[in-house]
Design a binder for this molecule. Structure first.
Ligand code: ADP
Length: 633
């Protein structure tokens, strides 16, 4: 049993293919995790890096408490099951399963116990004397699972183990593997390109595309809150319907218009509680997404009605799928039409070609995406909320609360838009709202706080605290993180930058060290260079730079990324000019210029210097190789 921690994992193959980019994930003990995505998205590469069959280019992989980047596969306490189960044809099932244990010189009695126990779990006890060729595909795959089980690994890795089986057997084996996971109480990581397999098996699913993780979440959340158009289209059959459209806010309602169709609906603004309101202007084109199951040929099923022209329908037995067009005048075939729609009807219903029917839609299930970026406009965890506010004498009044603005965020009296990032709100404090609801998203607990006529979002780190509907919630807003925009659209207060970035290099020197026996020997020391300053580089950091960047990392351009707490005013370091001191009341930060770059550094209350030297916490900063954008440390 083990947890896993993938910390900024990258894989660049020697031919330059960047197969995995910045993969970050904590996998809990006993979870069933599925990696899913189209062919070539990097899922097998990630699994093979966990197995130790592929070297990790950069990043840190932990199994349990141990960093295993350099650990041999056989020492990692994992077992892998492949698509191609490759049993030894000349050995019996028993010997196939016992083989790896014999290699480890395990006592015979222990091998016998393990093989029989695994055979019992898998229901293949009666086949132990058979040779693989006398077994069906499903039975052979069970033997392949058995070979993994007997090793009693901490983590099971399964790479498309069912793709060689026919459809019916796949469904059976899917259920069996889920059952096996429950029985063994071990961490499973399962790779597949089949979204149905992913949805039915995983506790959490990682959707990948082009080497990038798109979304990590529970099956239910992936289906309900896809983070972008790709995930929305990938998860669920038939594919989600997409339309160009517009949204216009009018008091407590939003008018949804489907472009090039007569379809229009007025829905409660609460459907869009997580949406950035600048998209509700009636001008910007957005992508509207609605699944077939939320559009019904029964005009009374859902609240919003629309007409469409039927092209054809498919009887599926359980229900019926209608292919239609929301634009009754459309001249193109449904396959090509931008306004085509797939809707559902009850099994056995009949529709004529070109028939105009009234469908009803559940628009509370409407998804919206940015046309350019294709990212959702209603992220499961919204980055921030922007609300109207008034400032009088540096007191900010918003959504029923007031917040004293510190000197660093002071502005003239007037009306502003206040942007509050989700991370700016913490619990306890002078502001008060009302608990509205909560959600768990990828193991993060998001609390909806009703404040005046708006909803604010905050993350509750305490997993056990119980909130009741309508309960008052005290909270506080970190003034460093807010921003204010005036009525002309000028940003008059910016959030304090979380990341400082300086260009730099790493160098090495040969040094002499004395070992524990008093013997002198040669060793390597590393230094980090940036903006004319040199910093001693912790050995572990230097080794990770070389491991990820290769021996020519010393010629490469790097970027040092650090927050205002990872840099300090010191005797030695990067020369900087102090532009101003930002007074946030409890905390003060100096805004410094280093060559042309701004760097923010936490300082004491009475800080008044104009020229300073800045020292970096070299054991905690992030280091990026800029050419390939790889985070090496
Ligand atoms: P998936 O398992 O999602 O189908 P892979 O992890 O196998 O994807 O591959 C991810 C990318 O890495 C693909 O573009 C693939 O061509 C490339 N790739 C995989 N293995 C190698 C290799 N040994 N050398 C170079 N490129 C590779």
């Amino acid at each position: 049993m083990a947890s896993l921690n993938l910390n900024h994992i990258y894989k660049v193959y020697p031919n330059g293919v960047k197969a995995v980019n910045d993969f970050c994930m904590d996998i809990e003990d006993k979870e069933f995790i599925v990696f899913v995505g189209p062919s070539g998205c990097g899922k097998s590469t990630t699994l093979r890096m966990i197995a130790g069959l592929e070297e990790i280019t950069a990043g840190e992989l932990k199994i349990g408490e141990n960093v295993v980047n350099d650990m041999e596969p056989k020492d990692r306490d994992i077992a892998m099951v492949f698509q191609n189960y490759a049993l030894y044809p000349h050995m019996t099932v028993y010997d196939n399963m016992a083989f790896s244990l014999k290699l480890r010189k395990m006592p015979k009695e222990e091998i016998d116990r393990r093989v029989k126990e695994a055979a019992n779990i898998l229901g293949i006890t009666e086949y132990l004397d058979r040779k693989p060729k006398a077994m069906s595909g499903g039975q052979r795959q069970r033997v392949a699972l058995g070979r993994a089980i007997v090793r009693e690994p901490k983590v099971f890795l399964l790479d498309e183990p069912l793709s060689n089986l026919d459809a019916k057997l796949r469904t059976t084996m899917r259920a069996e593997i889920s059952k096996l996971h429950r029985k063994l109480q071990t961490t499973f990581i399962y790779v597949t390109h089949d979204q149905v397999e992913a949805m039915t098996m995983g506790n959490r699913i990682v959707v990948m595309k082009d080497g990038f993780v798109q979304q990590i979440d529970s099956p239910r959340n992936l289906y309900r809150f896809p983070c972008n158009k790709f995930v929305a289209g990938f998860i669920g059959t038939p594919q989600m319907n997409f339309f160009a459209g517009r949204l216009k806010l009018n008091k407590d309602k939003v008018t949804v218009t489907f472009d090039n169709t007569p379809v229009k609906a007025e829905v409660p603004v609460d459907y869009f509680r997580k949406v950035d309101r600048s998209y509700l202007d009636g001008e910007k084109t957005v992508v509207l997404g609605l699944r077939a199951e939320h559009i019904s040929a029964d005009p009374e099923k859902f609240a919003y009605k629309a007409k469409c022209r039927v092209s054809h329908f498919e009887e599926l037995g359980t229900d019926c799928q209608i292919y239609a067009d929301f634009n009754p005048e459309s001249e193109t075939t449904v396959a090509e039409s931008e306004t085509r729609v797939i809707a559902k009807a009850a099994a056995g219903e009949q529709f004529a070609s070109d028939e105009i029917i009234t469908v009803s839609m559940d628009l509370s299930q409407l998804h919206i995406f940015d046309t350019e970026t294709e990212q959702t406009l209603a992220p499961a965890i919204p980055a921030d909320v922007t609300i109207a506010c008034k400032v009088a004498k540096n007191k900010l009044e918003f959504a029923g609360g007031t917040l004293a603005l510190p000197a660093a965020a002071s502005v003239a009296d007037g009306k502003y838009s206040l942007t509050i990032p989700v991370g700016a709100i913490s619990f306890g404090g002078a502001l008060e709202g009302v608990f509205d609801r909560e959600e768990i998203i990828n193991n993060v607990r998001l609390i909806h706080i009703s404040a005046g006529d708006r909803i604010l979002f905050a993350i509750e780190a305490d997993k056990s605290k119980v909130y009741k509907q309508g309960e008052a919630i005290k909270f506080v807003i970190d003034p460093k993180k807010i921003s204010l925009t005036d009525e002309e659209g000028n940003k008059v207060v910016c959030a304090l930058a979380e990341d400082n970035r300086l260009a730099g290099k790493v160098a090495k020197q040969s040094i002499q060290v004395t070992d524990e026996n008093g013997k002198k020997k040669k060793d390597t020391a590393f230094t980090l260079l940036t903006c004319g300053a040199t910093f001693e580089c912790p050995r572990a950091v230097g080794l990770r730079l070389v491991a990820g960047g290769g021996q020519n990392v010393f010629n490469k351009n790097l970027e040092f990324v650090f927050n205002p707490y990872q840099v300090h005013v010191a005797e030695e370091g990067v020369a900087a000019k102090v532009e101003r001191v930002l007074d946030y009341g409890e905390e003060h930060f100096a805004e410094c210029s280093v060559e042309e770059v701004k760097v923010y550094v936490r300082v004491e209350k009475d800080f008044a210097a104009t020229e300073v030297k800045l020292s970096l916490d070299t054991d905690s900063i992030a280091i990026i190789e800029t050419e390939h954008q790889i985070r090496l440390v």
